[in-house]
Design a protein around this ligand. Sequence first.
Ligand SMILES: [Zn+2]
Ligand SMILES: [Zn+2]
Ligand SMILES: [Zn+2]
Length: 318
Amino acid sequence: MIEQQSVDLGSAPALGASDTVVGQSATLLRKNDTGTDGYGRAMCRREIVQEQGRDPWSVQRLPVATVPVMQDGRPYPGAPISALVTDASSSGLGLEFDAHEWRPATDLVVGVETPNRTVHYAGVRVCYLEALSGDRLRIGCEFGGFGKELLHADTLAPRFDTESLAFVARFPQDLLDAWCAVGVLTATLNDRVQLCPKCHALPTFRPGCRRCGSGDVGNEQLIHHYACSHVGRVNDFQTPAGLVCPKCRTRHLAVNSDYEYVAGPYQCRQCQWSDTELEQVAQCLRCGARFPGHQAYLQDLRDYRADRLDPLALLPSS
Ligand SMILES: [Zn+2]
Ligand SMILES: [Zn+2]
Ligand SMILES: [Zn+2]
């Protein structure tokens, strides 16, 4: 027989305007923090959620995995913490934790396993804590907060910003990597781009001089005489009598049957450097730095995916 216990969020102890709850039966989180965090997000003003007027569904104490969000937006290290969903509505969840496993956090990502064994996630903000008997904690949450932002994975890929001429992302790469590591996000490599090693903005590329980086380079056309294998400058073949091989003195050379044109070594008109190959020389469109292409900063552009939880999925199946 499945134990079914319905807890109505609305019947949580009535807490007054005071932030201090005497009697220790409940703890109200109230931090009138209206500043911004390290990513410029508006910090949550912690208040008791108005539960009146909403109609919580009872849930058959559904086991879920929760990942508390640290202050810097990263997931708490370690395995997800198990909890039970005790009730849910379209605006929030009631969760029950073992008090020893609970980690103080204002935001959580809650993972619910679906019948096809994939885990779907929801971001929630903690509205209040309530101590239950037997070292259990009841956490009232509303959908939203950092986790909700994170789970809009289609907005997490870096995008090219035409102002800064760089790829900008909402969150730092290592933060997203951390959420991939705990399985909440999955990433696929979409592209890998070469950027300025100094400021990570977009460069232009040109074939150029390996020594001074100039694009003012050219190469001379040479003639390869098949019969004697001589390769020389076109000028040296040209005579009033037509093309004559300067080595074997053969006259009346015909292109393709007697000789071919070949490209000579490149020469830089700025520094007189000469080589058979050019370098890809890059110049940053933002800071103007010129650098050999192989010194470019390589940035991975990843796409992200998240399975978002539909609160309706929490409805009892029977
Ligand atoms: Zn040069
Ligand atoms: Zn010849
Ligand atoms: Zn730059």
